[in-house]
Design a protein around this ligand. Structure first.
Ligand SMILES: NC(=O)c1ccc[n+]([C@@H]2O[C@H](COP(=O)([O-])OP(=O)(O)OC[C@H]3O[C@@H](n4cnc5c(N)ncnc54)[C@H](OP(=O)(O)O)[C@@H]3O)[C@@H](O)[C@H]2O)c1
Length: 261
């Protein structure tokens, strides 16, 4: 069985490729630039223009669609919405039997522009000719880590203490994706989150402690509908199974035994 993985050089792609190979999939992987590393057969595809797409989908049984261009305005529309449509049409014409699209828990509830693009892409996948699955994952811990770094660049860690998050290990998402690819199309949406729901202040305190930092928390309530959605659990899911790796595991792996700040 041959699978095409879009955005295969990204955070999730890098951990999904070895798992696919271990399960016996022949992997074709896309990037916008020529790559030669031996983890897959790489092809150049640009979803914003359609370059390389028809050749990339030819002869594949399944597509795992990970490519995305977050928070870049019109480019996000070109890649995530129009690019997903191009991919779906090309995959339909090539007779692909399963397209798995990776989305984010909360795209239908949290008013963030990027999420509107992801939701539109989900709808294109669901309305398209290829049997499909949408897997919505919660945030990867690296994302939360990066957000906390951004939130503390002026000194204290600034954030809304009551926002809820449920970080999930990308390796565990990758395991779930491989199981889903093997099981076949769900023709529906499933959600996959981490093992625990954390408030922002809990996550931030654990983060500063792991970094041996004394930065205080500066609570700032996020206003309006966005704040309400984030505090009421718009980014978390009750779906089971969940991943098992915790925020503390991520912090230990990333900062344990060092004096990094
Ligand atoms: N990060 C999270 O916390 C999180 C949580 C849940 C779900 N997700 C979803 O999971 C998927 C993968 O996330 P990730 O964190 O692995 O993303 P990532 O590291 O940003 O990788 C995305 C990849 O998309 C490719 N890409 C960007 N523009 C493109 C274009 N014009 N044409 C073709 N490919 C393009 C890039 O590949 P090249 O530069 O090699 O072309 C990039 O490696 C995304 O759909 C994301 O929305 C992410």
């Amino acid at each position: 069985m041959r699978v095409l993985v879009t955005g295969a050089g990204g955070r999730l792609g890098r951990v999904v490729l070895p798992r696919l190979r271990a399960e016996g999939w022949e992997v074709r992987a896309t990037s916008r630039r020529a790559r030669t590393d031996p983890s897959a057969r790489w092809v150049v595809v640009d979803l914003a223009t359609g370059e390389g797409l028809v050749e990339a989908v030819a002869g594949v049984d399944a597509v795992l669609h990970l490519a995305s261009s977050p928070n870049r305005g019109r480019q996000t529309h070109r890649v995530d919405v129009l690019g997903t449509r191009r991919l779906v049409v090309a995959a339909g014409q090539a007779g692909v039997r399963h397209l798995v699209y990776v989305s984010i828990v909360g795209v239908d509830r949290v008013p963030i522009p990027y999420y509107r693009h992801k939701l539109a892409a989900e709808q294109i996948v669901a309305a398209g000719p290829v049997p499909w699955t949408v897997l919505r994952a919660t945030q990867f811990p690296e994302f939360l880590d990066g957000m906390l770094r951004g939130a503390s660049r002026l000194g204290p860690v600034v954030g809304d203490p009551a926002v809820l998050a449920q970080p999930v290990d990308p390796g565990e998402v990758a395991d779930h994706l491989v199981r889903r690819l093997t099981a076949g199309p769900l023709r529906g949406i499933e959600e996959y989150g981490g093992p625990e729901v954390l408030r922002f202040d809990e996550a931030a305190r654990a983060w500063t402690a792991a970094r041996r930092s004394r930065r205080p928390l500066l609570p700032v309530r996020i206003p309006g509908g966005l704040g309400r959605a984030l505090r009421s659990g718009g980014l978390v899911t009750e779906a089971t199974p969940t991943g098992t790796r915790t925020w503390a595991d991520h912090l230990a792996d990333t900062y344990g035994g060092t004096d990094a700040r």
